[in-house]
Design a protein around this ligand. Structure first.
Ligand code: F6R
Length: 261
């Protein structure tokens, strides 16, 4: 795992967007794993801007989102399909047929989960997976006690997650109780993972995920097993990391990061 600490949330999101852009230019057929949530909005704004001003080309790229709420139609502003169209897909030249999310309205949800896994395999697996982290330590909707080898499946949301997402729905009682999510095992099979966390409210869980023990109570900690995972935080989200100076030294001195400094 590598940790990069940026001065603020804008700089952290810009760095993530620049890494995605770099990978996409190197491989226009990139299979990109996407996340939703407030943290990612800035990343998508930067990518849309890069498309507009630098011609960043998404025409051959394929995307797979981590998750979708059970029961919400794509026209519901709180569905992740709606979110992706709104924040990214409608602003870039991606072919809508190349954008994939689990169907939270499928009549047979277990079958839908199997279909989604098989589709990812059919496209050769995910090259770069973008991740946020919830206050319960989740990646995707892999809530505490999710098996670290789990695959795409239906998960019940924890009270912490319901509370975290309630403002978007106008109340806790309106938040769907279940979601389809890629499993922890699905996620850590991606060839590269980038986790972005910003703001003070994420500081404790970031420290647990990065420097704590690997545990299904904090599913993001499973990323410690990944051979190529980069955690990008702003000063606030990185505030409780013990080895901050070491991480800064690596970012300043590692040749791989030269183009991003
Ligand atoms: C959403 C997802 C979640 C979020 C996480 C952080 O697709 O996978 O794990 O990334 O809940 O959400 P925000 O950014 O709203 O704090």
């Amino acid at each position: 795992m590598e940790v990069i600490i940026q001065p603020d949330r804008e700089a952290a999101a810009l760095l993530v967007a620049r890494i995605i852009a770099h990978e996409l230019r190197a491989n226009p057929h990139l299979v990109l794993g996407l996340a939703t949530g407030r943290t990612m909005e800035r990343v998508y704004r930067h990518l849309a801007h890069m498309h507009k001003t630098e011609g960043l080309d998404f025409s051959l790229c394929k995307t797979f989102n981590l998750d979708e709420y059970v029961g919400l139609p794509p026209t519901d502003p709180n569905s992740y399909r709606f979110y992706m169209n709104h924040h990214l897909f409608s602003h870039v030249n991606i072919d809508p047929r190349n954008t994939h999310l689990p169907n939270g309205q499928a009549p047979d949800l277990d079958e839908e989960c199997r279909r989604y896994e098989a589709l990812i395999q059919r496209f050769g697996g995910i090259d770069l997976q973008l991740l946020g982290i919830g206050r319960a330590g989740h990646i995707g909707f892999n809530e505490p006690l999710s098996a670290l080898r789990s695959r795409t499946r239906v998960k019940a949301l924890t009270p912490t997650t319901i509370k975290q997402n309630a403002p978007l729905f106008g109340g806790e009682d309106k938040v769907p109780r279940r979601a389809i999510t890629m499993g922890v095992g699905t996620i850590i099979e991606a060839r590269r993972c980038i986790l972005l966390a910003t703001g003070q409210s994420k500081a404790e869980v970031v420290a647990q995920a990065v420097e704590g023990p690997i545990t299904s109570m904090v599913t993001a900690s499973a990323l410690q097993l990944h051979p190529r995972c980069t955690v990008i935080v702003d000063e606030e989200a990185g505030a409780l990391l013990r080895e901050k100076d070491y991480y800064r030294w690596i970012f300043e001195n590692e040749p791989e990061w030269e183009i991003y400094r």
